[in-house]
Design a protein. Structure first.
Length: 407
């Protein structure tokens, strides 16, 4: 009986080992286009900072070095600018970020002047938020009913203000635990009114509900999956997915509303689709295209969701047939070296892999795909025939052994 139980146990273990495993699907983003301007061009961005867009997908970008806000069409056509260095109205000192509320009003975090300036769609100043509670404001998130949130680098809490900028309460306290902040860097709001706070020092996104209660922490310090390093930019798309400009790692990381990593794209480099510096900000338009200011190239890079490159199976290597010793002219290497066979294929033992380069998905078309580069591939639902036979033999052996012991 003991042998029979042992056999059955072994069979169950083997069955469990090949059961299907559910893994999270990942998404792939590819470089689509780059806006880059020469210094003589009006659309030139000396040092682009924060970025946002309006209901028509017009794009607004802060130029920190020139203390101005420039705006463009969704395709990168320069439309205009306002602002200049200074301390008066319509003037800025190292503005860090720009936001737009549902009514189209524009909020500029005028960081060096320790204030927030509010503009209407005609770029007229309609309010200035300042005072002792404003030390180094870097971002604003606005909800309806006259409530807004302000992130301040020198305060480990989020200011909750009214339309006049008066601070009525705060969210968060200093620390590293749940609901605690150290250096809030950027803000965003999802469709449910939840507040997302990007904490540069804690390397994570903290989610608070509309009443200011802690909901979820997303990310941790590092450079692996789901990790961040000195993040500075934050955005939310129409599906409440979260995008982080992971500045220290030179990439964009996309999370689901529940905090599951969905995609990573960008990287450190000088070619299209990578970043020499930053990225420091990110914005997603109504079609899901991702816009990232490119500091080194004084412009913007645009990414879209598309199909991942597919590697074709290795071609079958073909060795020269027996008796055929002919070597192509110009190749006098011996067999076994990196020689080319008469039929044009490589000799046995050498395999060449080819990679199909995907075509870019033009804006605004975006093709979602499901791939799993960050997880273990799903195993087959049914047992392979040899393994099923082995298990059957083990079970049969166990039953025979049990009968023998009874006799």
């Amino acid at each position: 009986m003991r042998l029979s139980l042992l056999s059955l146990t072994l069979a169950l273990v083997l069955c469990c080992a090949v059961l299907p495993v559910t893994v999270a699907a990942a998404e792939y983003y590819q470089f689509a286009e780059r806006w880059s301007f020469d210094e003589k061009d009006r659309g030139y961005l000396e040092r682009p900072g924060g970025i946002t867009g309006d209901a028509q997908d017009r794009v607004y970008i802060v130029d920190r070095a020139r203390s101005a806000v420039r705006y463009y069409s969704g395709s990168g056509e320069y439309l205009g600018r306002w602002g200049a260095p200074g301390t008066g109205q319509l003037l800025f000192d190292d503005p860090v970020d720009v936001s737009i509320d549902p009514l189209g009003r524009i909020y500029v975090a005028d960081t060096g002047n320790r204030r927030v300036q509010v503009f209407n769609t005609g770029c007229d100043v309609i309010a200035t938020w300042s005072g002792v509670r404003y030390k180094k404001p870097v971002d604003v998130a606005v909800v309806r009913k006259g409530k807004a949130y302000v992130a301040d680098l020198e305060q480990p809490e989020i200011l909750v203000v009214d339309e006049s900028g008066y601070v009525g309460s705060t969210i968060g306290t200093e620390g590293t635990g749940d609901g605690e902040l150290r250096r809030p860097r950027a803000l965003a709001l999802d469709s449910g009114g939840n507040l997302l706070v990007l904490d540069e020092s804690n390397a994570r996104v903290t989610k608070f509900d509309p009443s200011g209660q802690f909901v979820l922490a997303i990310g941790s310090q590092g450079d692996g999956d789901g990790q961040l390093n000195s993040p500075e930019g934050l955005a939310v798309d129409a599906m409440d997915n979260i995008y982080v400009a992971d500045s220290g790692n030179g990439r964009i990381v996309k999370f689901s509303p529940e905090g599951e990593q969905l995609a990573v794209f960008g990287g450190r480099g000088s070619e299209d689709g990578t970043f020499e510096e930053g990225p420091f900000a990110v914005w997603v338009d109504s079609k899901g295209a991702v816009y990232v200011p490119d500091v080194a190239r004084h412009g913007v890079q645009v990414f879209v969701q598309g199909e991942a490159p597919v590697e074709t199976p290795p071609e079958n290597s073909t060795a020269p047939s027996e008796g055929n010793t002919t070597v192509p002219a110009g190749n006098s290497t011996e067999p076994g070296a990196n020689s080319t066979a008469p039929n044009g294929t490589e000799p046995s033992g050498t395999v060449t892999e080819t990679t199909e380069v995907p075509s870019l998905t033009p804006l605004p078309s975006i093709t979602p795909v499901n791939i799993t580069p960050y997880a273990t591939p799903t195993l087959p639902k049914s047992l392979p025939v040899p393994l099923a036979g082995l298990i059957g033999a083990l079970v049969a052996a166990g039953l025979l052994a049990g009968r023998y012991r009874k006799k």
